[in-house]
Design a protein around this ligand. Structure first.
Ligand SMILES: NC(=O)C1=CN([C@@H]2O[C@H](COP(=O)(O)OP(=O)(O)OC[C@H]3O[C@@H](n4cnc5c(N)ncnc54)[C@H](OP(=O)(O)O)[C@@H]3O)[C@@H](O)[C@H]2O)C=CC1
Ligand SMILES: CC(=O)N[C@@H](CCC(=O)OP(=O)(O)O)C(=O)O
Length: 322
């Protein structure tokens, strides 16, 4: 049987390069590559997209929309890594672990959008708790998160490289800086839609001086809930929800063995994996809890997730080459 043809539009960008390196070694698919000098040529891109069984878009949003407009071959499947189609109708959200039958929806769809990196961590923690009515739908959820600078793509990587090469180091804002202070970050929509919450979460992202890695923190004031909820109930719900999943792992409740020097949960701890690690820290006496998702923004947050979705769309096992 002919090998499925895969085209990566935007193969030279941060996400595209990582997807290419994951697929490069495989002999069960054929990567079709556009000549370097034509990589932004609309006609050439259109030809490659329509030749592919699956075209993976690793492009800015406008270029991703343009790529979709090129499709004339009804058999072509599109996997879009950008934000352009994550809540668009006719598209399936590429989060296989979202709920029990979701993998099947990805398998049978011709249009799949890869989730954002922050939403992947957020939804992994919150969706099961909303489904189980542990977090009420009208609860005002807040999120603090930090990403490695590769999350900002080529431009942010170049900015950090300039900063690293400056002598003396000219600014301190690069070490750790919050952003999105006008709110309405581009990921809030998909967080809202797929969490099942009635109101959008309040999201404060940050970027740190490390290349890859991410922590997504959701503090919960349990005392604000109408019914009393224990840390054990939160933990058991998450553990059971993901019991058959390989890529979402729930650490034991209040497990300090992951803390560096007994204190620090390191944002880089899941780098080079396709995992979301979930941590639940809770104190039933003070009625406080903290959910944390740790992932690689370029792993399960982007390129690893894209390869997992590609595998599902082509009928391969989820984690082949992830
Ligand atoms: N980095 C991350 O952690 C994550 C990224 N994503 C998403 O993936 C997508 C790609 O992001 P990322 O890889 O980080 O970004 P990059 O800027 O690193 O890469 C984008 C690539 O697309 C190319 N490109 C731009 N316009 C066109 C065009 N019209 N035709 C063909 N190629 C074009 C760029 O070329 P050039 O550089 O020459 O302009 C570049 O190679 C974005 O939508 C991003 O939001 C999703 C999750 C996480
Ligand atoms: C550190 C940093 O800048 N992160 C990016 C998010 C990563 C990204 O590009 O996300 P999606 O393509 O998944 O939307 C940002 O906040 O815009």
């Amino acid at each position: 049987m002919a090998k499925p043809k895969v085209f990566i539009d935007g193969a030279e960008g941060t996400t595209g390069l990582q997807i290419h390196s994951r697929l490069n070694q495989r002999d069960d698919i054929e990567i079709i590559s556009i000549p370097q000098e034509k990589r932004k040529d609309a006609q050439a891109r259109s030809n490659y997209i329509n030749l592919a069984d699956v075209a993976i878009l690793c492009l800015p949003d406008d270029a991703a929309r343009e790529a979709v407009s090129f499709v004339s071959n009804p058999d072509v499947k599109i996997l879009d890594a950008s934000t352009a189609h994550r809540v668009a109708s006719g598209w399936v959200y590429g989060f296989p672990e979202l709920e029990k039958n979701h993998r099947e929806k990805i398998r049978s769809s011709k249009r799949v959008s890869n989730p954002g990196c922050y939403p992947t961590g957020f939804l992994a923690c919150v969706r099961p708790l909303v489904t189980a009515s542990i977090i009420p739908k009208n609860f005002p959820v807040t999120i603090n998160a930090v990403s490695g600078y590769s999350g900002g793509g080529r431009k942010l990587i170049e900015e950090y490289e300039k900063f690293h090469n400056a002598s003396p180091l000219s600014a301190t804002g690069y070490a750790y800086g919050i952003y999105g202070v006008k709110f309405g970050h581009k990921h809030v929509k998909e967080m809202h839609v797929y969490s099942g919450l009635d109101i959008p979460p309040l999201f404060v992202p940050a970027v740190g001086d490390f290349e890859q890695g991410m922590l997504v923190q959701i503090p919960l004031q349990l005392r604000a809930l109408e019914k009393s909820i224990t840390g054990e109930a939160i933990h058991t719900t998450l553990k059971e929800y993901y019991q058959d999943e390989e890529n979402i792992v729930v650490a034991p409740l209040n497990d300090e063995s992951y803390l560096r020097n007994g204190k620090f949960l390191d944002a880089q701890g899941a780098v080079n994996t396709n995992l979301v690690q979930i941590f639940v820290f809770a104190n039933d006496n003070t009625q406080e809890a903290l959910l944390v998702a740790r992932l690689d923004n370029l792993g399960k947050g982007a390129s690893g997730a894209a390869v997992q979705n590609l595998n599902i769309m082509l009928g391969f096992p989820d984690n082949l080459g992830c």
